[in-house]
Design a protein around this ligand. Structure first.
Ligand code: ZN
Length: 106
């Protein structure tokens, strides 16, 4: 298998892992959108797991979504541009922000 084909496979495996993780978040956690924005950012509370997290999404995508979980700052930063499973779940469940998922695959 040439290097390019291998890279494509690796990326596909990554994307699969990624959406499975997001799906588990959607099933396990409760995602609540706050009525009030903070500094122009829409805030979502992720609750129902062992720990609560906060995801912020900019409506005009002036900056990428942020999450307070440790994974967003560490592992997800290398593999998926800082998009942890919580961010993915928030974007997947909100039509108006879904386009911001593109960043993960670029
Ligand atoms: Zn997160």
């Amino acid at each position: 298998m040439d290097a390019k084909a291998k890279q494509t496979l690796d990326l596909r495996a990554r994307d699969d892992r990624f959406f499975r993780a997001a799906e588990s978040v959607l099933k396990t956690y409760k995602i609540t959108r706050r009525k009030k924005q903070e500094a122009g950012t829409v805030i979502f509370d992720i609750t129902g797991g062992t720990q609560d997290y906060v995801v912020g999404v900019h409506p005009e995508w002036l900056h990428n979504p942020q999450c307070s979980c440790p994974d967003a700052a560490k592992r997800a930063k290398d593999s998926t541009r800082g998009y942890c499973k919580h961010i993915i779940a928030v974007l997947l469940s909100n039509d108006e922000f879904r386009c911001q998922l593109l960043e993960v695959f670029l």
